[in-house]
Write a protein that binds this ligand. Structure first.
Ligand code: UD1
Ligand code: MG
Length: 447
């Protein structure tokens, strides 16, 4: 059966007090919208339509960054959730599968839950996702008659009795596309907000004798993000579940509460993550690696048996091959560190290859930037770079090359060669002591 998703993301989110559209605020380093889009991708939706309005251009760019096939439709004025869904009607005019309406600010709905809704659709025309609200407040109330959903009544339009209902509308709704738009065609805006409510389709469907039902999920799953406080709570929920999932998959976290994951962090089993490690987007770590304390990784790939940190920074394009080591106060950007190579202390590596088995001494700087352009440094296999050297790119050091400590390397070093690029040391017998004596005498004379 074909499925399409419509993701509503047009609202302003005024309670965020932000210039950024609400759905672009980040959870796990990724726009909230991506979490909803990921859920749509996990049920293999054939089409994803994102309804944008406030900050629509930025929202549309972010949607395409996640899925270039996502369709964008505009809702110029926010006249309600039903009106928002109607904006997708043209896109879906030839589509006769099920549509699921999702929300860009409700990032934690699980694909399994949507699968349950799709299954319930077999016996029902419209399926709504509900939850038992601890505090029903402003949520729409689900009016049930046994398993039959009779109506959704918005909080503002509830009678005192209806207000007592605690089974609430998450907003997520599933119906076949032709029916959804046919029901919406009958929805007016005669309500407390003067809006076109998506929720009104239930009473209209029941009046047409069509079966409707609600399935239940936990309140946590339908948590909506409306304020900075919600954003922080959402982040905590996300981190909690990412940590649990990592441990479930065989990753050791010695202090889970201090490790921060991103939306798409992939870590193989038997990897050990020490305390206070932060993962940004696009990190893949293979099995059996160790990420030591206080390291920060983003956009990088770490192969099996690598050791990273403590206090290492892997930036986008860092590629560590089998058993490579990156130690304390080392920053790596856009560089491949081949198998068994070591960069252990106080070093910057940018735009480079370091060949297998090479050793980069403490305090080496890859000078990749001339103030205008970035240049590449190529280091062959089994190369030794002495401490406190500067490698001025573009430059290459061929296999088995050796760079003496403190060198400023500005020319290519041939295979097996020794390069020394520093002033020769001179010894002046007894001059050290004579200089000190002179300085002390001068200071005493001043007093
Ligand atoms: C809606 C539901 C309510 C449910 C609640 C769950 C309706 C009428 N009510 O109420 O039953 O309990 O969500 O959180 O559907 N949006 C647009 N365009 C619009 C209006 C809204 O894109 O014109 C988007 C908003 O950005 C938001 C979502 O739809 O992400 C829900 O809209 P909101 O105004 O928050 O609806 P609620 O009043 O919370
Ligand atoms: Mg809301």
């Amino acid at each position: 059966m074909n499925t399409a998703t419509i993701i509503l993301a047009a609202g302003q989110g005024s309670r965020m007090k932000s210039d950024l559209p609400k759905v672009l605020h980040k959870i796990g380093s990724a726009p909230m919208l991506w979490h909803t889009m990921q859920c749509a991708a996990q049920i293999e939706a054939d089409q994803t339509i994102v309804v944008v309005g406030h900050g629509g251009a930025e929202t549309s760019d972010a949607a395409h960054e996640y899925n270039e096939d996502a369709k964008i439709v505009w809702q110029k004025e926010q006249n309600g959730t039903g009106h928002a869904v109607l904006q997708a009607q043209d896109e879906l005019k030839d589509f006769d599968g099920d549509v699921i309406v999702l929300y860009g600010d409700t990032p934690f709905v699980k694909p399994e839950t949507l699968q349950k809704m799709l299954a319930a659709r077999a016996q029902n025309s419209v399926v709504v996702l509900g939850f038992e609200a601890a505090n029903p407040g402003g949520y729409g109330r689900l009016q049930m008659n046994g398993d039959s959903l009779e109506a959704i009544i918005e909080a503002k339009d509830c009678t005192p009795d209806q207000r007592e209902i605690t089974f609430c509308n998450s907003g997520v709704i599933c119906a076949p596309a032709p029916l959804l738009f046919s029901l919406l065609a009958d929805v007016g805006n005669d309500n407390a907000n003067g809006e076109v409510y998506l929720t009104d389709i239930i009473a209209i469907a029941r009046a047409r004798d069509l079966p409707c039902t609600a399935i239940m999920c936990s309140e946590a799953e339908t948590m909506g993000i409306n304020s900075r406080q919600d954003l922080a709570n959402g982040e905590a929920v996300f981190q909690q579940s990412a940590r649990a999932a990592a441990m479930e998959n065989g990753v050791t976290l010695s202090a889970p509460d201090t490790v921060h994951f991103a939306f798409d962090t992939h870590i193989g089993r038997d990897t050990i993550i020490e305390p206070n490690v932060v993962f940004g987007l696009a990190v893949t770590i293979e099995s059996g690696a160790t990420i030591r304390a206080f390291s920060h990784l983003e956009g990088c790939h770490v192969a099996r048996e690598c050791i990273v940190g403590p206090y290492a920074r892997l930036r986008p394009g860092a590629e560590l091959d089998l058993g490579a080591k990156v130690g304390n106060f080392v920053e790596i950007k856009a560089a491949q560190i081949e198998a068994g190579a070591k960069v252990n202390h106080l070093t910057y590596v940018g735009d480079a290859r370091i060949g297998a088995g090479s050793n980069i001494g403490a305090g080496t700087i890859f000078c990749n930037y001339d103030g205008v352009n970035k240049h590449h440094t190529d280091i062959g296999e089994r190369v030794f770079i002495g401490s406190n050297s500067a490698l001025v790119a573009p430059v290459s050091i061929a296999d088995d090359g050796f760079v003496a400590t403190g060198s400023v390397v500005t020319a290519d070093v041939p295979e097996g060669a020794l390069a020394i690029a520093r002033a020769r040391m001179v010894i002046k017998p007894s001059l050290g002591k004579r200089m000190m004596d002179r300085l002390r005498a001068a200071k005493a004379a001043k007093k």
